[in-house]
Ligand binder design. Structure first.
Ligand code: UDP
Length: 463
């Protein structure tokens, strides 16, 4: 009989995208898929637009927006403005969403599996109450998962260790300062995140958006139970890379790329939330101009350091933010676009030759599957760890020096951009990424490791 699954992406557009890609895989395997959506507590045009886009391009998937939870009745729910408190509020909100999720699941005639986002650990209790098989989609690197489930069980603090090396089963050694500070700073927000990560091994299985040969060590450590010493680790299924298909055709930057030579353009984009202060934007601009290379650069307005990452930003005033005359002087070789690019389409365009990335996992996979060498400039969340995996282990990128200092200097931008586009080292790096791109495609084909892992997962669901 046709399987029916419910995917629960929790909050945030970044968490919706990989779930939608997973929905497509379920459809390919003949299942019926419903995505149960949590509307953000404050109205978000980005969320509505992302849902509308996902629904329009995936008519066979049912998108159901859950009703909001009953309002909290204590005053502690008003934010004190700190990031930590806002994280706590997010988890409280997700916990409160368990009731609407339970009611919705009960209303469905049949559910064969519930698939959770990494932050939705409280929904494990809903699955237990309704006796539903429950899985996670872990949408970042297997290496991050290996570290986080272990970190969530740590009895010592990782705060304030600076650049001292730390090691975790399944991951190459890295600096303590590469761990996300929101997770290790001992705040109530950090505790809430660690509680969610701690619960991941309670699921019946973990689907990971990676492929076996990309992260052999981390996957082995997870399977061998090295990362979770106090609890059995459920089956781990590497089913990726799940990467959005793109499909934007009309964007001005694609038309501009059409006029550029093959593999000649460096693309710079820093995720859905990355922003820089004016000083850093100026350094990038000078570095790009001095490099003489062609570039396509997504620029956002600087964010107030106290603001939440996901807070919407106004359109950037490029003339005010970039060095005087920069746009005019580079108009024949470069294009700056405001706020948002059709990234997947840009990365796959024949004219794009390298990717300066913040190392978000979706961007990383999108870059790899486009066969582009990565210039790694991590910014927030687990991106510094991803940078270590990309540079030290996968050897698919190099680091932009200074990412962990006040600014990455113009000279560094110039040097690395020239290196990746002009040097033998840059050529060798591109060749390696192209090989891995081919391995990724193999993994997804029938009989490939990711395809086989999904088939095995469906089989396990039946037992
Ligand atoms: N993205 C995009 N255009 C932009 C910036 C980002 O399409 O101008 C997409 C990108 O293709 C990726 C996602 O937003 O799919 C960002 O996810 P990632 O995991 O890389 O980083 P995050 O935004 O979660 O930090």
């Amino acid at each position: 009989m046709k399987k029916s699954v419910v995917l629960y992406p929790g909050l945030g557009v970044g968490h919706l995208t990989p779930m939608v890609e997973l929905a497509k895989v379920f459809l390919q395997h003949g299942a019926a898929v419903t995505v149960a959506l949590v509307e953000p507590p404050t109205k978000s045009p980005d969320f509505s637009a992302a849902v509308a886009r996902a629904a329009a391009s995936n008519p066979s998937v049912t998108f159901h927006v859950l009703p909001p939870p009953a309002p909290a009745d204590d005053s502690s729910s008003s934010s004190d403005g700190t990031v930590a408190h806002r994280i706590v509020m997010m988890f409280d909100y997700l916990k409160a969403m368990c009731a609407p999720l339970r009611d919705f699941l009960r209303s469905l005639p049949a559910v064969d599996a519930l698939v959770l986002d990494m932050f939705c650990g409280d929904a494990l209790d809903v699955a237990a109450e309704l006796k539903l098989p429950v899985y996670y989609l872990y949408s970042s690197a297997a290496g991050d998962l290996a570290v986080f489930v272990n970190l969530a069980r740590a009895t010592t603090s990782y705060e304030g260790l600076g650049d001292s090396p730390v090691s975790f089963p399944g991951a190459p050694p890295f600096k303590a300062s590469d761990l996300p500070k929101e997770v290790v700073n001992g705040s109530p927000g950090a505790k809430a995140i660690l509680r969610a990560l701690y619960r991941i091994p309670e699921a019946d299985g973990i689907l990971i958006n990676t492929f076996e040969s990309l992260e052999t060590q981390a996957v082995r450590a997870l399977r061998d139970g090295l990362c979770v010493p106090d609890h059995s680790t459920p089956p781990v299924y590497c089913i990726g890379p799940l990467v959005s298909g793109g499909g934007e055709k009309e964007h001005e930057c694609l038309r501009w790329l059409d006029t550029q030579p093959d593999k000649s353009v460096v693309f710079l984009s820093f995720g859905s939330m990355g922003t820089f202060p004016k000083k850093q934007l100026e350094e990038i601009a000078i570095g790009l101009e001095n490099s003489g290379q062609r570039f396509l650069w997504v620029v956002r307005s600087p964010r107030n350091p106290e603001a939440m990452l996901a807070q919407p930003l106004p359109e950037p005033d490029l003339d005010a933010l970039l060095p005087e005359g920069f746009l005019g002087r580079t108009k024949d070789t470069g294009l700056v676009i405001k706020s948002w690019a059709p990234q997947v389409d840009v990365l796959r365009h024949r004219a794009t030759g390298a990717f300066v990335t913040h190392c978000g996992w979706n961007s990383t996979l999108e870059g790899i599957t486009a066969g582009l060498p990565l210039l790694c400039w991590p910014m927030y969340a687990e991106q510094r760890m991803n940078k270590v995996f990309i540079v030290e282990e996968m050897k698919l990128g190099v680091e932009m020096k200074g990412y962990n200092e006040e600014v990455v200097k113009a000279e560094e931008v110039e040097t690395k951009v020239k290196w990746v586009m002009e040097s033998e080292g840059g050529q060798a790096l591109r060749k390696r990424v192209v090989e891995v791109k081919e391995r990724a495609a193999e993994a997804l084909k029938e009989g490939g490791s990711s395809h086989a892992a999904f088939v095995e997962f469906l089989k396990d669901l039946d037992t």
